[in-house]
Design a protein around this ligand. Structure first.
Ligand SMILES: Nc1ncnc2c1ncn2[C@@H]1O[C@H](COP(=O)(O)OP(=O)(O)OP(=O)(O)O)[C@@H](O)[C@H]1O
Ligand SMILES: [Mg+2]
Ligand SMILES: [Mg+2]
Length: 301
């Protein structure tokens, strides 16, 4: 098959592994720099232009859209959808996953377990917002954060109030969330491909830290999910409409709760921790599913 990986950086582990794994299975794999694509939207025959030429018709596009280029990146994916190209994750699903509030609302609508979460844009009733998630300790998050930056644990109601006021003063969008203390600084990354969790790892924060992000010094190890955890991850992926994603789960005393769903999950941590050929499994999915005009949202995303 002829497959394009949309990625800004071909030296990233995930991008390199995806190219290698695809070629090892006999595919032609091109890495296309998302920001260098430009589009012919007006014509009845939509195209993507790249380096002065039309891109060929691909059998599948594998979007790896970084959160800093969501807006343009999803427009490029949408253009491929309009051409009838099979996109592993569709543009609408990627956009949904980048908005923490929208994601939580979609997940909640499907009855998926979530930490109690509040959101407000004005500081009128901060105490009520804090009370609604069960009071301190609670977690305050910047909506646009990644790699654990902008995630704060407030140990007292007073501290929570000050942090919320400070963020709001800076006009930052935040959410306030129940602190899942019993997770003990760990979370589960469930890597979903199609309708399977193909790999899972437990990430543990270092001593004295509650954020388990590998970028914050967390350590990952292989884990066997419970039936409930597996079902929750699959339900979350389905609710978001993502074929390939990383579902992050906290083990709460009331069962698994979903923290977020990532539409361009990294391969390095998960392949290292589980020793699995996750990249190869993504191609297995593409080989089974990539047919022209199979995008559910063709032209309507
Ligand atoms: N409600 C919570 N209760 C307990 N721990 C939490 C909670 N929310 C977040 N954490 C911890 O903080 C970490 C970072 O939070 P989160 O994943 O929401 O932030 P992020 O900046 O979006 O990170 P990412 O890079 O994964 O997108 C989580 O991996 C988890 O270990
Ligand atoms: Mg995130
Ligand atoms: Mg996270």
């Amino acid at each position: 098959m002829k497959i394009a990986i949309l990625s800004r950086n071909e030296s990233l582990y995930s991008t390199r592994r995806l190219k290698e794994a695809g070629e090892a299975r006999g595919h032609q794999v091109d890495i296309i720099d998302t920001l260098h694509c430009y589009m012919d939207i007006t014509s009845s025959n939509p195209k993507v232009r790249y380096m002065g030429k039309d891109l060929p018709v691909y059998d599948a596009v594998l979007p790896r859209i970084g959160s800093s280029i969501t807006f343009y990146g999803t427009a490029v994916v949408r253009q491929f959808e309009m051409m009838g190209t099979f996109c592993v994750n569709e543009s609408v699903a990627i956009s949904r996953s980048r908005d923490k509030l929208r994601s939580l609302q979609l997940l909640s609508r499907k009855g998926i377990g979530l930490p109690r979460t509040g959101f407000a844009s004005k500081p009128d009733k901060i105490q009520d917002l804090i009370r609604n998630v069960g009071g301190a300790p609670c977690v305050i998050k910047l909506l646009e954060g990644t790699q654990g930056i902008g995630v704060v644990l407030a140990e007292t109601n007073k501290a929570a109030e000050s942090v919320i006021e400070a963020f709001m003063g800076l006009k930052a969008n935040i959410l306030v969330q129940e602190f899942i203390e019993e997770a003990k600084g760990s979370d589960l990354r469930c890597f979903v491909v199609g309708d399977k969790v193909v790999a899972a790892m437990k990430r543990q924060a270092p001593e004295g830290e509650f954020r388990s992000n590998l970028h914050r010094g967390g350590e990952a190890k292989l884990i066997r999910l419970t039936k409930d955890e597996r079902a929750t991850a699959l339900k979350a992926a389905k609710a978001m409409g993502l074929n390939v994603c990383g579902v992050d789960i906290l083990q709460s005393k009331n069962g698994p709760v979903v923290m977020e769903v990532n539409s361009s999950p990294g391969l390095e941590g998960i392949e290292l921790a589980t020793n699995k050929d996750v990249a190869g499994l993504i191609y297995e999915f593409i080989e089974k599913n990539a047919k022209p005009n199979r995008n559910r949202t063709r032209g309507t995303g």
